[in-house]
Design a protein around this ligand. Structure first.
Ligand code: FAQ
Length: 311
């Protein structure tokens, strides 16, 4: 049963209104937004690591400058998103502590390694491609600070996706060795990219309530299907093969039939058993611990300034 206050809130959502930080909201709405925005923020920050791995080895100065800009953009996305989550009454320190203690997650995709330069192409093309597919609808999400952050983030993600596809074109149309690297990158990133949309709708515990609250606009399977339909012709254009023998155009549904990713692998990755999970968490923990003196110094400085102002 909804209380009158909850019913009034739902009416605002149904009327397409935006909820702002000072507005009343159900505790469940606040909690799930903190979870989703916080996890999204952590993903942007952890997501710098697989690509950061290749900044020093980019093949040309131009590619290096582009990659550097992209990775910096991801840091910026993390910061807007932490700020958006903070408007819900949680601090960035708390979110970080929760990430480090395993109570908060980040996207499964960033638990996979980037083994060659072609992987940087595949990450931009497929991972940013999947991110955009999920985030364009989130520009219309019901929580104002999140939806506004998404508008800027989506503009930057489009550039990221283009740069990834550009790397793939160069590799796929390059020497035979380069073409093989591009195919290998697609082979390894295809199913992990499909996992980014979350479990099937039947397994998705949050979808129904989140869609009622317009925190989420589309179901996981719907976006996964759209991603496959968009990406397969791009793979064909590149002359690469999607690693799925069951992939076939289905005229009746107007989309591709395709194989599901290995969901056991997905849930293992979520439990921290991905190939790079330990490495990623170690990088975050080291950064947090090594930055402690900076946070201490800034707090001490702020306290000193406040005391001087009072005197
Ligand atoms: N990874 O009930 P649902 C980027 C969890 S893009 C890890 O369906 P929901 C850009 C889920 O949290 C990546 N966990 O959940 C970039 C829940 O667990 P919980 C970030 C996942 O929330 C590119 C459980 O499974 N984008 O960073 C995943 O309704 C390149 C049950 O799932 C976003 O976060 C997963 N893939 O739907 C950066 C977008 N999928 O919390 C650098 C915003 C599900 O109960 C380089 N988020 N889980 O313990 C969303 O749209 C949603 O949260 C979904 C999941 C669609 C991810």
């Amino acid at each position: 049963e909804m209380s009158p206050q909850e019913a009034a809130f739902q009416d605002r959502i149904d009327a397409g209104e935006t909820i702002e930080p000072q507005d009343w909201m159900p505790e469940g709405y606040r909690k799930t937004l903190i979870r989703q925005i916080g996890q999204h923020a952590h993903s942007e920050i952890v997501g710098q690591l697989p690509e950061g791995n290749w900044i020093t080895r980019a093949p040309t100065l131009e590619r290096k400058a582009i990659l550097l800009a992209k990775v910096q953009d991801e840091a910026g996305h993390g910061l807007y998103l932490y700020c958006a989550a903070e408007t819900l009454g949680i601090s960035r320190d708390d979110m970080t502590e929760q990430l480090l203690s395993g109570r908060m997650k980040y996207s499964s995709i960033f638990n996979y390694p980037t083994l060659s330069w072609a992987d940087i192409g595949a990450v931009g093309w497929l991972v940013d491609g999947a991110a955009i597919m999920n985030q364009v609808p989130l520009q219309r999400t019901s929580y104002g600070p999140y939806s506004r952050a998404m508008i800027r983030i989506c503009k930057e993600e489009s550039f990221h996706q283009r740069q990834g596809f550009d790397i793939m074109m160069k590799m796929a149309k390059g020497t035979e060795a380069q073409r093989r690297m591009a195919q290998d990158a697609l082979d390894r990133f295809w199913y992990p990219s499909l996992m980014m949309f979350g479990p099937s709708d039947a397994e998705s515990v949050h979808s129904a309530q989140n869609m009622a609250w317009r925190i989420k606009i589309n179901g996981n399977d719907e976006l996964r299907q759209k991603f496959v339909d968009q990406t397969v012709p791009q793979a064909e254009y590149l002359g690469l093969t999607v690693p799925d023998e069951k992939l076939a155009w289905n005229e009746e549904k107007g989309g591709y039939d395709f194989s599901e990713p290995d969901w056991e692998e997905f849930f293992a990755v979520l439990k921290g058993q991905g190939p790079e999970s330990a490495e990623r968490m170690k990088a975050r923990r080291d950064a947090w611990e090594e930055g402690q003196w900076v946070r201490d110094a800034m707090s001490a400085h702020a306290a000193k300034k406040a005391a001087r102002r009072e005197a």
